[in-house]
Design a protein around this ligand. Structure first.
Ligand code: NAD
Length: 261
């Protein structure tokens, strides 16, 4: 039985992870951390805390973090140093903070797995985009999320653009060039991401997490689209990460490594 703690347990993702762990026969929820922990109902057996630092030693084998970007780096350093394995789904973490979390994980006794998207379809969409990237002149990414999302652009869209940029560079293609000469409204062309790939962020109530990757060449286009209609879409990937992390020494980035793609 793997003993699991959830950081950000009172949040939208955290509550889904709590329920998915409680439903899994080989996992048991033993810890829950959130400044708002008193706002949710949780089983008596679960050790609760408002901070990771206050969590007792050995409270769980694996901690799963779906909290906020500003706190995730500290959570990783603290938890890995104390021997917990850590699965991070929180997005918006700066490159510097991620590098220092990774460095902490390379030294500490616990293992670290970070994934910008735990939905299997989103992982496949990124892979398909990488395959298509060398064959098209240009590409832009549109990511669409619920109105309460705090960071933009989404971690998934950034990772998608990074992988497209790297596939284009390996094929000898130049960065994407924006042909726009004048802007009637500043920002109309979105943000310039890795390799000049434009990223556009949409925020609307009713959405969960969606991404479109639009490729274009003279006379043809290819659109790859993934939709998470419900947060349950992330749970298969989260459970896979929880079950795998003790066997993955050091740092694993992305769910692909667990899918063999
Ligand atoms: P949310 O705002 O609903 O939940 C965040 C929770 O974290 C809140 O309950 C908040 O009280 C808690 N929190 C804040 N500071 C904390 C701290 N220091 N320690 C512990 N808990 C703390 O947000 P959400 O929609 O659940 O999303 C959480 C994160 O997960 C976001 O970064 C989001 O982008 C990301 N996300 C990732 C995936 C993925 O597949 N990787 C999917 C969906 C969302």
């Amino acid at each position: 039985m793997i003993r699991v703690g959830v950081i950000g347990a009172a949040g939208r993702m955290g509550q889904n992870v709590v329920a998915a762990v409680e439903d899994a026969e080989d996992l048991i929820l033993t810890a829950a951390v959130d400044p708002m922990i008193s706002s949710i109902e949780i089983h008596d057996r679960v050790v609760t805390s408002t901070t990771v630092a206050a969590l007792p030693a050995g409270a769980a084998d694996v901690l799963v973090d779906f909290s906020i970007a500003a706190a995730a780096e500290e959570h990783v350093a603290e938890a890995i140093g104390r021997g917990f394995h850590v699965v991070v789904g929180t997005t918006g973490i700066s490159a510097e903070a991620m590098a220092s979390a990774v460095a902490a994980a390379q030294e500490g006794p616990g293992n670290l797995l970070v994934a910008a998207n735990f939905a299997l379809g989103a992982v496949l969409a990124m892979r398909f985009a990488e395959i298509a990237a060398p064959y098209f002149e240009s590409v832009e990414v549109i990511e669409l999320h619920h109105a309460a999302k705090r960071d933009a652009p989404s971690g998934t869209s950034l990772k998608t653009a990074e992988r497209i940029a790297s596939a284009r560079a390996s094929a000898g293609l130049d960065d994407c060039v924006d042909p726009t000469e004048s802007f009637v409204i500043e920002g109309a062309r979105g943000a310039s991401g890795p390799g000049g790939v434009r990223i556009h962020s949409v925020r609307l109530p009713g959405l969960v997490a969606h991404e479109e990757i639009l490729f274009g060449s003279p006379g043809e286009g290819l659109t790859i689209r993934h939709d998470s209609y419900d947060r349950i879409s992330f749970m298969a990937g989260v459970l896979l990460a929880i079950r795998s992390i003790s066997k993955r020494r050091g740092v694993t980035i992305g769910l692909d490594a667990l899918l063999g793609s």
